[in-house]
Design a binder for this molecule. Structure first.
Ligand SMILES: [Zn+2]
Length: 251
């Protein structure tokens, strides 16, 4: 007999298997990233039909099999069905799920990542928050959560404190900032203002509940984008399909 376990998690993806079933990938508090077989999930009126779908948060009871988990029962707490109708919000959403899948590992507590996704989907549903800002915030905070925080306090070259400087440079090569005296060490370093650097520190450190409670003027948003998007690209070693689709949809 296999054991029945209950995990708190969110469905990252759902693939049809055979005629009536699905295989889902879950990000969970208790077991990290796992996949589970949802028998009958594609049959009309099957109880798993709604639960075995992306963006479903809930509690999932699973039988632990030899090579996979089998879904036994699901209790949905949040589904975010309204996201599906949002353009281009839904494409941002799928990209965020794939990025979580990319960094997710079995056996690692994914509570921070689940909570980050939760507040981020809420932000996508809020029409007053710019989707480009949401993408920058999500990417940077996720990288910080995964232990990939860039240096944002001291110059990577001379070690000076840049907190008081009005302009700094971000070096992708050095994974952090350079001061006015050192920025020519990396000709590709991107010039950013103190406001943008302040926003980056905020995104890295603020409690998740406050993550989306600020706005940025267009020029600072563009600076943030010019740092975060390439930094995320550097920290992912293959192209993500959902990102290609998102970029097609917003271009
Ligand atoms: Zn320096």
């Amino acid at each position: 007999m296999s054991d029945l376990i209950t995990v708190q998690g969110v469905v990252l993806s759902s693939m049809p298997v055979g005629e009536y079933d699905k295989r889902i990938v879950l990000l969970t508090r208790e077991r990290g990233k796992i996949s589970a077989f949802a028998k009958g999930a594609r049959r009309p009126n099957n109880p798993f039909m709604a639960a075995a779908s992306p963006f479903v948060f809930g509690s999932f009871s699973l039988y632990e099999g030899r090579s996979s988990y089998n879904l036994n029962h699901a209790e949905i707490t949040h589904h975010f069905t309204e996201l599906a109708a949002l353009q281009p919000g839904i494409y941002y959403g799928y990209y965020f799920l794939e990025l979580l899948d990319y960094f997710g590992r079995e056996g690692l507590d994914q509570t921070q990542e689940m909570n980050l996704l939760y507040v981020t989907v809420k932000a996508l549903l809020n029409p007053s928050i710019d989707d480009r800002l949401i993408r920058c915030v999500f990417e940077l905070r996720l990288l910080v959560t995964e232990g990939l925080m860039p240096e944002m306090e001291q110059c990577m070259s001379c070690g000076c404190d840049v907190t008081e400087e009005s302009t700094v440079w971000f070096s992708l090569r050095e994974n952090g900032i350079l001061c006015g005296r050192c920025h020519e060490n990396d000709p590709q370093a991107v010039r950013i203002s103190a406001q943008t650097l302040y926003a980056m520190r905020w995104i890295a450190a603020v409690p998740l509940g406050k993550l989306y409670t600020f706005t940025l003027k267009e020029e600072y948003l563009q600076e943030l984008w010019s740092v975060v998007v390439p930094y995320t690209g550097k920290n992912t070693d293959r192209p993500l399909k959902s990102l290609e689709i998102l970029e097609m949809m917003v271009s």
